[in-house]
Design a protein around this ligand. Structure first.
Ligand code: URA
Length: 254
């Protein structure tokens, strides 16, 4: 899709749109080997070669990073042998092929990242990245605080101990809500952890990935990450679980 050069340069995280305009006017920008100085010049960020100060823009438009609030009833794969709706089908208007980073169960809702940047996806999915994910869960009944402490300290799943995590109560009802923050993402981990203490999860919603929250993102809606957010995720240093801001919001429905 054709876009103004200053927008492409700004989207690539090089500088602001206004400063990009100055760079163009000063002859610092080349489009397919030719210096351009006209501000209305348009280019296709996926096809055209754009250089700023001689440096080729990589991924300004080619790399795509999307934060989606997945509703219940969608699979977080690109296609499904059972022909259930996929998260990718929710991305109306996104032309690039993007892939979900990790999984959220069909019956779970909440935040999921999608990208065509394999390097960042692998980093985020690796256990060493230490990127915290926060889930709100509704349980079948009230768990013992000693059982919650066991989960926080780590339990053995599939012969391996889970990493320490944080759990806090949100709403004390007959079927209570809790918030749990994990730094790893094993298969059905949250559900299996609560099953381990005899408290099946009846609802599960991911409300935070690192510093990204679902604020302003209704179920089924998505938004691109800003270049600053991409940069922050790329440079994420492990072990920041203690710095996750405490959410004060309660789930809207029980
Ligand atoms: N843990 C689960 O059990 N399910 C999810 O969808 C995500 C984390």
């Amino acid at each position: 899709m054709l876009q103004r050069l200053q927008k492409i340069i700004a989207d690539a995280g090089i500088t602001s749109r206004r400063k990009a305009e100055e760079m163009i006017l000063r002859g610092r920008v080349m489009l397919n080997g030719e210096t351009v100085t006209a501000l209305g010049t348009k280019a296709d960020p996926e096809r055209d070669h754009i250089r700023v100060d001689g440096r080729l823009l990589r991924g300004g438009g080619g790399r795509v990073y999307i934060l989606l609030n997945k509703p219940v009833g969608y699979v977080s794969t690109v296609s499904d042998p059972q022909r259930r709706p996929t998260v990718v089908s929710l991305l109306r208007g996104v032309r690039e092929r993007v892939y979900p980073v990790g999984r959220l169960d069909y019956h779970s809702s909440g935040l999921i990242l999608l990208t065509n940047d394999g390097e960042l996806a692998n980093f985020l999915m690796s256990s060493s990245s230490g990127v915290p994910r926060t889930y709100q869960v509704k349980l079948e009944g009230l768990p013992d605080s000693s059982d919650l402490k066991k989960l926080e300290e780590g339990i053995v799943l599939d012969g391996r101990r889970t990493a320490p995590c944080q759990i806090r109560p949100l709403a004390a009802r007959e079927k209570p809500w809790y918030e749990i923050t994990l730094v790893e993402g094993r298969y059905h981990q949250v559900r299996r952890m609560f099953e381990h203490i005899g408290q099946p999860v009846v609802k599960l919603k991911r409300v935070r990935i690192a510093f990204l929250t679902d604020h302003g993102l209704a179920p089924g809606r998505f938004r691109p990450l800003t270049p600053a957010e991409v940069e922050r995720l790329t440079n994420w240093k492990g072990g920041q679980v203690g710095k996750v801001p405490r959410s004060l919001r309660l789930p809207s429905r029980s």
